[in-house]
Ligand binder design. Structure first.
Ligand SMILES: Cc1ncc(COP(=O)(O)O)c(C=O)c1O
Length: 464
């Protein structure tokens, strides 16, 4: 094994892929025993995947009605030669135009995007790596407010050699990014002799499901201007907003204040907002000409297939469809979020208040045996192995407070949500039974087992 290891490069074999983290372990647990309502009803339910298939029917319906949009239908095959042969790294002009218009619409019509600044990449994953390659050298660092998307470690650092420095955020202010937290992380890096090249934020946040308000975006912009470092704003969840406040893109805020636009870069993707992660459509949008130029050269490594560009150019140019799709998608996410959070509330589980995303940030601190990372991992193992739900522990998002878990709610059908909630209810009921104080033993003698007491309490609650 050791010998085999030496055959490969240090970059390929370094640990920064993060494959051995609990985040990916949960996926493996699901892969080896996946839930199926009839074939494997006791299997693991996948709640660790931020996928959004809730509005697929609308896209499928559109595709059926527009057979010429694809080069692989009898109606569209006359375009096959041109499109299959196309490999220009600028991308199809219609595609760039359609993506720019879509981003404008998602930004509430208050922003404009220039199609000539759209650079393609293989999903936001590729886009985040490309922009990091353009901005930083090995050993340089990016600040990232925590808790943050675990794969940032891989995307920003694995192959580029760039370091990530977390900006610690706290539940006491709902994990908001503050100037003090940014300054503290920056100063610490300076003291350690680390060259900070930028800050990357996800807005809306993964895992919090919250959006940055205008004031916070301004604070962030002042901070990066003052330090003369870059900001990369990953807006991959921009159209998953399902309740107020609205999404405020960084593109909108830079119109309202004086800032050096050469430092501003946006990453976008259709993986979440349209639910198309398999299409691998990622975008780097930079206000810096040199970065656009450089990222475009690099995009040869992760172009979006011309077949996909062609199809999406037509779908996204249908403004009526896009309007309906965005409105309906947000309505469905709102409904699912409400069903799920209400189901959790019934057994006393609260989540961080959120208005976006495909997940909730669930607070299970009260179920930890000890308030440490070990306590969190012990509970996580019970949830994976016994309750058989793949949820992701907060520590894998570099959350500094134990007891938070990210739970995805959009990647399954209504029936599976129901099964997941039933399992959570049963689990919390069991925990309560175990913790019933000895005092209640005399009541147990009168009423029977503790589960009857829990039941009795629920009945009383219902009637109060
Ligand atoms: C914040 C964030 N950025 C990037 C990605 C990667 O997305 P893609 O599938 O477009 O590569 C994800 C996926 O979960 C994400 O949550």
């Amino acid at each position: 094994m050791e010998k085999q290891h030496q055959l490969l490069s240090k970059i390929a074999t370094n640990e920064r892929h993060g494959e051995n983290s609990p985040y990916f372990d949960g996926w493996k647990a699901y892969d080896s025993n996946p839930f199926h309502p009839t074939d494997n009803p006791d299997g693991v339910i996948q709640m660790g995947l931020a996928e959004n298939p809730l509005s697929f029917d609308l896209i499928i319906d559109w595709i059926k009605k527009h057979p010429t949009a694809s080069i692989c239908t009898p109606e569209g095959a006359n375009m096959f030669k041109d499109i299959a042969n196309f490999q220009d790294y600028h991308g199809l002009r219609e595609f760039r135009r359609a993506i720019a218009k879509f981003m404008e619409r998602v930004g509430g019509g208050r922003v404009t995007f220039d199609p000539d600044r759209i650079v393609m990449s293989g999903g936001a994953t590729g886009a985040n790596e490309t922009i990091t390659f353009c901005l930083a050298d090995p050993g340089d660092a990016f600040l990232v407010p925590s808790p943050y998307y675990p794969a940032f470690d891989r995307d920003l650092g694995w192959r580029t050699g760039v370091r990530i420095i977390p900006v610690d955020c706290h539940s006491s202010n709902n994990f908001q990014i503050t100037k003090a937290a940014l300054e503290a992380a920056y100063d610490k890096a300076q003291q350690d002799g680390i060259n900070v090249k930028g800050l990357i934020i996800a807005n809306p946040s993964n895992p919090l499901g919250t959006t940055l308000d205008r004031e916070t975006v301004k604070i962030i912009l002042s901070f990066i201007n003052e330090k003369n470092i870059h900001i990369v704003c990953d807006e991959i969840y921009a159209a998953t907003i399902f309740s107020a406040p609205n999404f405020v893109s960084i593109a909108e805020v830079i119109e309202e204040m004086d800032c050096n636009r050469d430092l501003i870069h946006i990453v976008y993707s259709l993986s979440k907002d349209m639910g198309l992660p398999g299409f691998r459509v990622g975008i780097v949008y930079s206000y810096n000409d040199a970065v656009v130029h450089c990222a475009r050269k690099m995009s040869s490594f992760g172009l979006v297939s011309s077949q996909t560009q062609y199809l999406l150019a037509t779908i996204l140019s249908d403004e009526e469809f896009v309007g309906n799709f965005l409105a309906e998608s947000s309505k469905r996410l709102k409904k699912r979020h409400s069903i799920f959070t209400k189901g959790l509330e019934q057994v006393g589980i609260s989540c961080l208040k959120s208005n976006a995303g495909l997940f909730v940030w669930m607070n299970l601190r009260h179920l930890l045996k000890e308030q440490t990372n070990d306590g969190e991992m012990a509970l996580w193992r019970v949830i994976i192995n016994d309750v058989k739900l793949n949820v992701s522990p907060g520590s894998s998002f570099h959350c500094i407070e134990p007891g938070w878990f990210r739970v995805c709610f959009a990647n399954m059908d209504d029936e599976t949500v129901d099964v997941a909630l039933k399992r959570i209810h049963a689990f919390v009921g069991e925990q309560k039974e175990r913790e019933m104080p000895k005092k209640t033993n005399c009541w147990k003698k009168i009423f029977g087992s503790a589960s009857h007491l829990v039941y009795l309490k629920r009945v009383l609650d219902l009637h109060m």
